[in-house]
Structures are given as structure tokens and as C-alpha cells.
Write a protein that binds this ligand. Structure first.
Ligand code: ADP
Ligand code: NI
Length: 206
């Protein structure tokens, strides 16, 4: 079995049960996005992109892991499969730089492979899947769908609709690669249309 398939199998076992928006199928969709983006770029290491995508949420800050714990987790998985240290470190560097870090992206994304995985993960927070994930996350954190008394542009945690205004609608301008920029524009417009419908329905504009 090829290394990417082996890692996919391990990640699937570890992440299948998650209900916070970081289950294996999120990982699979990020991998799909990343491969789609990579096709449009020159000189990409596809194995590195694939491993970065598969492992990008394996030990994330949101789940309480530190950078060191994340590094150790990735080393353990890839070491056991005989991957060379240098390649493991390149994978770790992608995973650490891709993290949203609660919205504050403190790690600089430098390699093309890291940019591709970050674009792929950001695309997953947009469009139809992004909308579904936002409300799943809101429910998981006992947040209301929509509260008209919230200041949606300022308070990110008031209700789930505020997450669109404080984060999701800003993502299209953060894409690095051209393929992701194109796709982000489509997903952005879909979210705007969703919000228009949402407010019209709430106000009884029928
Ligand atoms: P990722 O898996 O891309 O690292 P996050 O862990 O930051 O993303 O978030 C997981 C999903 O939950 C994303 O789709 C994100 O938009 C959504 N999410 C994160 N924070 C909130 C929030 N405060 N309200 C609603 N959805 C959120
Ligand atoms: Ni993710």
C-alpha cells in the first residue's frame, strides 16, 4: 500500500467519531480540494500536499494539543511507516502553519505545499459545506443559530450568523493560489445568497 493510503487509513480510524466538524470526511474533503488546487500549480510535491492535508487536524489546538504534541503525534505516525525525518519535518511544518489558531494565524505559511493545504482547509469553511460546518460547530458549542440583538460584525461568539461576518466572509481574500481564489469567489457568493434568504425568511418577507 502506498504511504498516502496508509496514512489515510490511520487518520480515518482516529477521526471518524468526531462531531465537531473535524471528522475524517472533513479531512477527505480538504485532501480533495488540495489535489484540485495542486493540479493547477507547477512543481508541487503531491505526496507532501497529501500528507499535510491528511494530518492537518490530527492534533489541533482546538482539541487542546500544543505544537510539540502535534509534532510528536505526526512523527509517531510517519516514523512507524518508515518515512524519513526530513520529510516528516516538512509535513509538520505544513500542519503547524496551516492551523487557524482560533482565527489568529500566527505561523507564516511559506512553502507552496503549505499554501495549497491552507487554501484547501479554508475552502472547507466556505460554501455549502462551510455553512453546514458553521451550524454544526455552533450546535456543538450550544450557540443559537441567529439572535437579531447580536452585533454580528463585532461579536464572533454571540450566535452562528456572526461567525459569517467575523470570519467566513473574509476568507475569500486570504487565498494564496489562483485555483482557490476562483473557487472561493463561487463559495463566497453562495454564502451571501444563503444569508440573504436567511434574513428574508426571518423577517417574513414572503
Ligand atoms: P478547521 O477545521 O478548518 O481548522 P476550525 O477548527 O477553525 O476549522 O473550525 C471548524 C469549523 O467550525 C469551520 O467550518 C469553522 O468555520 C467553524 N467554526 C469555527 N468557529 C466557529 C464559530 N465561532 N461559530 C460557528 N462556526 C465556527
Ligand atoms: Ni480542517
Amino acid at each position: 500500500m502506498e504511504i498516502v493510503e496508509k496514512v489515510a487509513h490511520i487518520v480515518r480510524q482516529k477521526m471518524l467519531q468526531d462531531t465537531s466538524g473535524h471528522d475524517f470526511w472533513h479531512v477527505q474533503a480538504v485532501l480533495n480540494n488540495a489535489l484540485m488546487i495542486a493540479k493547477c500549480e507547477d512543481d508541487v510535491n503531491i505526496t507532501l500536499v497529501s500528507l499535510g492535508a491528511l494530518l492537518h487536524d490530527i492534533a489541533d489546538h482546538k482539541m487542546g494539543f500544543s505544537d510539540d504534541e502535534c509534532r510528536a503525534c505526526i512523527h509517531q505516525i510517519l516514523n512507524d511507516l518508515g518515512v524519513e525525518d526530513d520529510f516528516i519535518e516538512q509535513t509538520v511544518s505544513i500542519v503547524l502553519s496551516v492551523s487557524f489558531k482560533g482565527g489568529k494565524n500566527v505561523n507564516v505559511v511559506s512553502s507552496l505545499e503549505a499554501k495549497i493545504v491552507q487554501d484547501a482547509d479554508r475552502l472547507e469553511a466556505m460554501g455549502a459545506i462551510g455553512i453546514a460546518r458553521a451550524f454544526a460547530y455552533g450546535g456543538y458549542h450550544h450557540r443559537t443559530l441567529f439572535d437579531p440583538t447580536c452585533n454580528h460584525n463585532i461579536n464572533p461568539n454571540c450566535d452562528t450568523i456572526s461567525h459569517f461576518h467575523t470570519k467566513l466572509l473574509l476568507l475569500k481574500d486570504l487565498m494564496h493560489t489562483q485555483a482557490a481564489k476562483n473557487e472561493a469567489q463561487i463559495r463566497h457568493e453562495f454564502m451571501l445568497e444563503f444569508l440573504q434568504h436567511f434574513h428574508a425568511e426571518f423577517e417574513g418577507r414572503i
